[in-house]
Design a protein around this ligand. Structure first.
Ligand code: SF4
Length: 88
């Protein structure tokens, strides 16, 4: 699975962090980024779209779907390994 966050529309309310604290974190300017031990926020973020593969240190698929559904502005998108978007 691949996780994407559109920081251009993220309003920083923290819903995703409360549900999936092993995957999402707010940076000092209030935008959500993805916790990846190998990729820092800058490496994930060429244009306000952070993205990362799901790794073993992150939350489960079910929790990520719950977090994406809870985002008030639909800033979180999830993709299967074949690139198909996960329906929320
Ligand atoms: S739930 Fe959505 S709007 Fe809120 S911090 Fe997470 S990505 Fe941003």
């Amino acid at each position: 699975m691949k996780i994407e966050v559109d920081q251009n529309i993220c309003i920083g309310d923290g819903s995703c962090v409360m549900i999936a604290a092993k995957t999402f974190k707010l940076n000092p300017d209030g935008k959500c980024y993805i916790l990846n031990e190998e990729l820092g926020p800058e490496e994930q973020n060429p244009s306000g779209h952070v993205s990362s593969p799901l790794t073993a240190t992150m939350d489960t698929r079910e929790i990520l779907i719950e977090a994406a559904r809870a985002c008030p502005v639909q800033a979180i998108r999830l993709y299967e390994d074949d690139g198909t978007e996960v329906k929320l």
